[in-house]
Design a binder for this molecule. Structure first.
Ligand SMILES: Cc1cc2nc3c(=O)[nH]c(=O)nc-3n(C[C@H](O)[C@H](O)[C@H](O)COP(=O)(O)O)c2cc1C
Length: 175
């Protein structure tokens, strides 16, 4: 099964989260994971994927312009129904705890639903998510005075989302 991860990241925080998600997904048997900065991500590769994750820094509570511009290239895939039934999941980072993580994630989910994708969140039964995370995907606060791009807890959440997406995809994928 093929899993495609696209991220926008100006300062490396969202990139670090994307890498944690990829690490989690790659640990699931049968998963082939592709990770791309939005600048190099190729929309023509998506039709061949079983699962697609996209994520960005929250910009004023919603999708960053860089990722939105890329998502807006997916019109032809929508017109042909090419992403229908693909598994989807989202992720983001913000600088402050109440800086719009969940509103950014719901914004990221909306275009997936328009494409007919099956959106996977992170349930509370996932141990890493029980007391710290979110149900909408993975959103991590990355304070600007923090030394690491992303906390260990944030990385654990990222890996957990990667595992969850790969395990759900395995149930749906025909290869
Ligand atoms: C234009 C702009 C708007 C932003 N808006 C918010 C915001 O509303 N809330 C917040 O907590 N952080 C906000 N940030 C900070 C980023 O979301 C945060 O630093 C993020 O972790 C950066 O991720 P990156 O290093 O992957 O680019 C904003 C940053 C920019 C450049």
């Amino acid at each position: 099964m093929k899993i495609y991860i696209v991220y926008d990241s100006e300062g490396g925080h969202t990139e670090a989260l994307a890498e944690a998600i990829a690490e989690g997904a790659a640990g699931v048997a049968g998963a082939e994971v592709f990770v791309h900065d939005v600048k190099s991500a190729n929309v023509y590769e998506l039709a061949d994927m079983d699962a697609i994750l996209w994520g960005c820094p929250g910009h004023f509570g919603t999708i960053s312009a860089g990722l939105k511009a890329w998502i807006d290239k997916l019109g032809y895939l929508w017109a042909e129904g090419k992403l229908v039934d693909k598994i989807g999941a989202v992720f983001c980072t913000t600088a402050t705890e109440h800086g719009g993580l969940e509103s950014t994630m719901t914004s990221l989910i909306t275009p997936m639903l328009h494409q007919g994708m099956i959106v996977v969140g992170l349930p509370g039964s996932v141990p890493e998510n029980a007391t710290y995370g979110s149900y909408y995907g993975v959103g991590v606060t990355c304070p600007v005075d923090q030394k690491e791009p992303i906390s260990e807890k944030g990385q654990a959440l990222g890996r957990a989302l990667g595992v969850r997406v790969a395990e759900v995809t395995r149930r749906f994928a025909r290869r």
